[in-house]
Design a protein around this ligand. Sequence first.
Ligand code: HEM
Length: 435
Amino acid sequence: MSMDSSEAQVQAAGCPVGGDLLEATLTDPVVQARPNAFYQALRSQDPVHFDAKLGMYLVSRYEDLQTVLRDPLTFSVQKGYAEQYAKGFAAEFKEIVTRDGGGFFTDAIMSDPPYHTRIRKLMEKAFTAHRVKLLEPQITAIVSGMIERMADKGAGDGVKEFAVPMTIAIICAQLGLDHFDAQRIQRWSIAVTAQIGRMQTREQMLAHAKDICDLQNYLIARVREREAEPREDMISDLVHARIDDPEHPKLTFSEVVSSVRALLIAGNETTATALGNLLYIFATQPEMAARLYQYVDDDRMLNRFVEELLRLEPPVRGLSRMVTREVELGGKVLPAGAHLLLLYASANDDEQEFPCPRSFDANRGNLGRHLSFGAGIHRCVGLSLARMEIKVAAREFVRRLDHIKLAIAPEEITYLPTVATRSIERLPLTFARRA
Ligand code: HEM
């Protein structure tokens, strides 16, 4: 399955960079929406480029990202994350969630070794072989049920009516959150991700802080229930997980709350973005949907399709690190305290690693080397769940729907205003039930 992406042409044509990096910034919504020419200019002109408006060095080459990801002590997640959190409003934000949201629960997983090593081991207990085995039939039932309910309507929003409710239903089923309110969970997700996106105003921060209080109070109640009585779900797995560590064999209460919050948010925003991208590709390149239909029973080809989709359209654009000692990266000397944005999306686009990077080619020899899930010790802990969701959704969409088309012009598609992800906001589609 291979083809030149017409999206590549749209992206190049729509990008205002014109090769001059000094004029461009990733804070510009137009660059955020059509970033590939900007990434290309970064890689070829200044691979570790200081974006003055963002206040961060943009790391854009595959090789340099690998260098960073291999050395988590020089390039700290904890410091980068803390520095970026609620940028500009951190003190006020902390005060609000401490007063009204049960506490300021630092993101336990966004930490450095040795602390991270313990949290990560405990968190992995929620992704046991036993739980992963349950996934495919459960996910297939949720996804096919939702598509069936929409199939005869002939039109709907690919993000709001498919991608977001699907991923919310799946992560809630895994965590054991019954009777969830999908809209409320989406609001929570937006509020949490906005804290690392660097784009919120004070008014937005106040609204987001209120939503985060609501989220935390909800989760605290669910964790207390599992403490009293374990169930067959991920929250119970986290509450009762044990490792061989004489001093800290289990997660503390605040670590459980923060881990559940991380799984709920990381597990839905990113995957919903991937499903939005999947539907966008089906709608703009119908030949892709037609070809995939031939492979619905071929698990190997479906898996390859998913990996190439993730490489070509990575949901997570970039996440931060902070340099803890003076270090050279990509030919540039960075001082201690320099704040980096690791552009996973640009690494996936690096022609040194992936020839013809804007072409969709599910037969690439190095398909699995993309950085959409990161690499090293922080590599996505939920990747098996994410891959399964996207595979099942791809299969069930083409099995059940045909003639998927955009109901607006591609140029009218807008993206969430954030440097952390590249997420389609709304995707009006028309479609027919497959005969
Ligand atoms: C297509 C979907 C997804 C994408 C693209 C994605 C991407 C990523 C990336 C790039 C990282 C690395 C962070 C870093 O380098 O700082 C990461 C970490 C993480 N992801 Fe995912 N993710 C996805 C789905 C999920 C799901 C479904 C879950 C959980 C249910 C999840 C939970 C996490 C957690 C907890 C971490 C932190 C791991 C650590 O620091 O050790 N993600 N993810």
